[in-house]
Structure formats: structure tokens, C-alpha cells
Design a binder for this molecule. Structure first.
Ligand code: AVJ
Length: 325
């Protein structure tokens, strides 16, 4: 047992409960914006993280399955380019399923530092990982990786730090935000590199189906934002009077996700009230898609040297090795 959990100093600094991460403020601010919006990182409370795991198992949601197969198939090659004795840092670690494939292939990894915004969930999954990898130094960091955060000091100098950012989470950023994030990351990983997954541009019908599953799990995931507001902000959203709406916009190569009010209504949130017109939307997520070349160009712009790319035969999903030197 060797777990030493860090919490982002940012949340503590403002004296808020660590699980909050500014949800109250961001949610209320988003309700005043035009159009209304909520940053997608607030999907991931414990319930939202579990719903996302269910999305990953859906027949329509090809991403997780495809990336897992790529990792399983090419873990040896990936371990080769990553090298021995690295500290592995994962951004938005989630269920820690994918990293196991990498850890199994890596030569004597020194430490694993998963960063995730969902603290309770991270603590839970880390306990299981710790049981399965007793020799690995595990240092979870509860933080919002889109904001400045503190990494634990290296165990050994010089350290070779390698980032792992699977799942195409990078797609939640706009291109400009992605470049800014990767610039910061290439600084942190200097001398090492980043293994990153990116979902690919494809038939809009395939993309549409992946975000409009017949079982309604994506709808429940989307609506969990309102359920979370009810739980944490003393709000009174009626989940039945909002509908899940997701579309692929091919002109900008992204999925756009909304919650649409099915009627005119006034909703209480704590001691505030928010009005909705019939058909009015809350913008909840964008998920940008790339071509292999457009993604390599983006990485290059951010100061990485794009090297190997792994991609399935159907060209659904890509994993890139980016060097930071
Ligand atoms: C975790 C951002 C990669 O965009 O596909 C899944 C989140 N949203 N279904 C994605 C998500 C709706 C997912 N990412």
C-alpha cells in the first residue's frame, strides 16, 4: 500500500469543498450566459463518471473499444518509444482501465500519477489499481487539469516524465484551447513525451449514432448535469422537461451537445430563478474530431514533435506518440 493522494491546492485556496471545483459558480454563471451553457467537466461527479463508463460499453460508442484494441495490440511498440523507468502522468484518468495495458507493457515504470477531477471516484479506482500493482508508486492527484495544478516532486533526478491522455478528451477543447493545453503539457514533459488518443473525422451518421445511443445512456449522462445541480445546488430541475440533443456539425468537425427545454419554465436554483423559453438550449459539450494530419499539425504548433501514430483499419480512432524535447 503506497497511495498518497494530493488535492489541487486551487480548490482549497478558495476555501470550498474540494468536490465542488467551482460547480456552483460556473453553473449559475452559465445560466446567465446567452446561449446558456455549462462546462462539460462538470459531468463527472461520481454518478456522471459511472454513466460515462456505461457509455464506453455501448455498441454505438466505438471510441473506447477501438482505442483499447489499439493499446492492446501495440502496447509493446508504445512501451518501446516511451522507454524504461518513466513517471507516467495521466490526464483525466477516469476508470484506470486503459493505463493497465500500458503499465503491463512498460519496462519498470517508476511511478504513476493519475489526475482526475472526480475525487471520490479516483480514490476508489486507485485502491483497486494499488492491489494489482503493489510495486508501483501510485500518486493520485485530485485536480482539474485544465487549470494550473501541482505535481508531486520527482522520485529520481533526472526524471523522464511521460504523459498519457487517452479517450480523445482533448476533443473537449477548442483548437486554440488544445494548443494552449498541449503547450503547457510539453513544458511539463520536456525530455519525455505524450501518448494521446484522438477521435477521427468520419461518416457523420456514425458520429451521430455514437452520441445518440438507443439505450439512452448518453441522454442520462447529459441530464446528470441537471440532476447534479438538484443534488448539490438545491435546484429544482424537472429532468423530464429537458431533452438530450446531440448533433455532428461537419463544417467545424465537432459533436455539439445540448439540453433543450421542452416548455417555457422557471426553475429555482437555491435562492435564484432561471427562465427558459420553450426550445431554449443549454450548451453542455463540444467534442472535436481531427484527421491524423490535422492532429499532428496541432501537436507541432504546441511544441511537440509528432512521431508514431497507431490507427485501426477502419480509421475510427488514432493514438499519437508526441515527443517533447
Ligand atoms: C470523454 C470527451 C471523449 O466526447 O466522446 C461521450 C464524452 N460525451 N458521450 C466524448 C462524451 C458524450 C467523451 N469524451
Amino acid at each position: 500500500m503506497n497511495i498518497n493522494v494530493s488535492r489541487s491546492t486551487h480548490a482549497l485556496h478558495h476555501g470550498r469543498a474540494a468536490r465542488d471545483h467551482g460547480f456552483a459558480r460556473a453553473f449559475l454563471e452559465g445560466m446567465k450566459a446567452a446561449p446558456k451553457r455549462v462546462p462539460c467537466k462538470y459531468f463527472y461527479d461520481a454518478r456522471g463518471s459511472a454513466l460515462f463508463d456505461a457509455i464506453c460499453e455501448l455498441p454505438e460508442y466505438y471510441q473506447t473499444r477501438t482505442e483499447l484494441a489499439l493499446l492492446a495490440e501495440a502496447a509493446g511498440e508504445m512501451a518501446q518509444v516511451i522507454g524504461a523507468n518513466v513517471e507516467l502522468i495521466e490526464f483525466g484518468a477516469g476508470a484506470l482501465t486503459k493505463v493497465r495495458l500500458l503499465l503491463d507493457a512498460l519496462e519498470t515504470p517508476l511511478a504513476y500519477i493519475p489526475i482526475d477531477i472526480s475525487g471520490d471516484y479516483l480514490t476508489k479506482v486507485c485502491a483497486a489499481l494499488d492491489r494489482d500493482y503493489p510495486d508501483l508508486r501510485l500518486h493520485p492527484v485530485i485536480a482539474d487539469f485544465t487549470r494550473p495544478f501541482v505535481l508531486p516532486a520527482p522520485l529520481l533526478e533526472p526524471v523522464r516524465r511521460v504523459g498519457f491522455f487517452p479517450g480523445s478528451t482533448i476533443g473537449n477543447f477548442t483548437r486554440e484551447e488544445a494548443v494552449a493545453f498541449l503547450k503547457t503539457t510539453s513544458g511539463i514533459l520536456k525530455g519525455g513525451g505524450l501518448l494521446i488518443g484522438a477521435d477521427l473525422i468520419k461518416d457523420p451518421a456514425v458520429l451521430h449514432a455514437a452520441y445518440n445511443d438507443t439505450a439512452g445512456v448518453t441522454a442520462a449522462f447529459n441530464k446528470n448535469l441537471l440532476a447534479r445541480a438538484n443534488r448539490e445546488l438545491d435546484a429544482e430541475f424537472n429532468l423530464d422537461s429537458f431533452s438530450h440533443y446531440a448533433l455532428y456539425n461537419p463544417a467545424v468537425a465537432r459533436i455539439e451537445m445540448y439540453l433543450v427545454s421542452t416548455r417555457q419554465q422557471r426553475v429555482r436554483i437555491g435562492d435564484a430563478f432561471v427562465d427558459f423559453e420553450e426550445g431554449e438550449a443549454i450548451h453542455t459539450e463540444d467534442s472535436h474530431k481531427y484527421s491524423i494530419e490535422s492532429f499532428r499539425a496541432l501537436a507541432w504548433e504546441a511544441g511537440f514533435v509528432p512521431r508514431q501514430v497507431w490507427c485501426d483499419e477502419q480509421r475510427l480512432f488514432s493514438v499519437h506518440w508526441l515527443e517533447a524535447d
